[in-house]
Design a protein around this ligand. Sequence first.
Ligand code: NAI
Ligand code: 15L
Length: 267
Amino acid sequence: RPFNRLLLTGAAGGLGKVLRERLRPYANILRLSDIGEMAPAAGPHEEVVRCDLADKAAVHQLIEGVDAILHFGGVSVERPFEEILGANICGVFHVYEAARRHGVKRVVFASSNHVIGFYKQDEHLDANCLRRPDGYYGLSKSYGEDMASFYFDRYGIETVSIRIGSSFPEPANRRMMSTWLSYDDLTHLLERCLYTENVGHTVVYGMSDNRDVWWDNSQAAHLGFKPKDSSEVFRDKVEAQPMPAADDPARIYQGGAFVAAGPFGDD
Ligand code: NAI
Ligand code: 15L
């Protein structure tokens, strides 16, 4: 039972390009949006709309006629606060406010492990842990999760916030042996996020069935997310890399190098 029209923001990005292909079964029409160019041009059952998430009126137009939103657009790494502000903080407000005004009832929000990035790698977390954002980027995702919670409590718009670990073709380093999320497992998770009823605001950690994990998804068990892949198949390749020094954030913190990014600007 596909949705009539699904919106994917961030469609020109790394995950957006992958999801453009993989979301096809779930929508009669997939509306793709990004501030950047989205090649190729719209194919059958696609709509391509350039839009800056910082532009409230444009986002309002973008969301008209949509049945559910996969919100993947925005700045995806640590950057100066002013860059994060428009795309991620104003952007997520614009998305929810437009969803409210157009009666959209389901959002899947690409949150990030960087909302809890300042926990150490020997700590185990579930969805109820206090957040410890590791930068302005992590703060913006934390704000997005609060926005999701508020719009559910106030307006009944349901969201699954996925604290994505590291979703790339393969884990690039030792830290990602724990945080890696394969594209197949991401796709399965998105399917569960779209179709599970009564999610309220659910927080789920987006990780594959990796051997050594830091996160417990028991509070999101109702989603029925059962990852099938594991980073183990890459272990030899990853462990051929030199071990980071004992004081390297990549070895200490769940957020890895993000905890030490910046400061930016003149200071
Ligand atoms: P990406 O940086 O490749 O894609 C993000 C897209 O958002 C880009 O195409 C960019 O042009 C667009 N964008 C940026 N500012 C915008 C604005 N003002 N208006 C409209 N679009 C704008 O990132 P990626 O890896 O594809 O990630 C997608 C989402 O998932 C992001 O929200 C990211 O924070 C989140 N995420 C990704 C992880 C990963 O491992 N790939 C891990 C955790 C979270
Ligand atoms: C993220 O939130 C980023 O968007 C992505 O590029 C990776 O850096 C990922 O986290 C990670 O922590 O590996």
